[in-house]
Design a protein around this ligand. Sequence first.
Ligand SMILES: [Zn+2]
Length: 279
Amino acid sequence: MNRNQSLFDGINSHASFSKVNPVFRLPLGWKFSRAPAGVNVFFTMRNGGVSEPPYESLNLGFHVGDDREHVSQNRTALAEMLGVDPAAITSPRQRHTPKPMLLERDEQVGSGAFGEESLFDPCDGLITALPNAPILLHFADCLPVVLAAGGRRPAVGALHAGRRGLAAGVIANGVAVMKNELGADPGRIVAALGPAIGPCCYEVGPRAAQVFKARFGPEAVTGNRADLAAAAIIDLKASGIPAANIHLLDICTSCDKHFYSYRRDGGVTGRHGAIAWLE
Ligand SMILES: [Zn+2]
């Protein structure tokens, strides 16, 4: 993807992910195979759902104009394939903020499972130590960043890292919640970066490029092309997560038509997901 390679030295590549395609017509995606024991992380693709164009087919977002019943069926199919309870899926109302929240009480579990409304609003990251409480965030170009801590006090979190959220500190805020609220040691947190628009396709305006460059340095901007993964890696490292614990799927959602891309699809499209849970 024509990147500044020194920043990516020591970062794990897509070999840390395995493609899952159990049966034709079932949800398809990438499992993060280097998650700590007891932690599950899965990134979906477009395939395997019931939504019709322009949302075909595994659209997981309720807010994009798709048939609500179709989205519910898609989420249920995904949950069944993964062996989790669809009614336990907790999903925030994402608004490009740098604000993560903690899912900490049983009565919060399942908020946003079958509708746009959520107790977590505005919220661009969900973090939990509760078992059997899958968190689901949805994306169409923005970068999914999943944080996982194993050991005696397991925790998992998913962050919505677009250009604005990254610049405003969503990564540092997410790591801080895991550290301060759940006692996770950043040196042992593992990060999985899912599919996102790559620097190959993400040209922004000169002003936005300047702001991004001022925030993250030249490694995150080439010309007017922003590199969301580079920015995330810079902040993950600054938050104390070692390069060896960072894993990059490295698929561009605009280049690869098996993903939703807000830019490529002209703004009217569905959402793929990042879903993570503790056993
Ligand atoms: Zn691309």
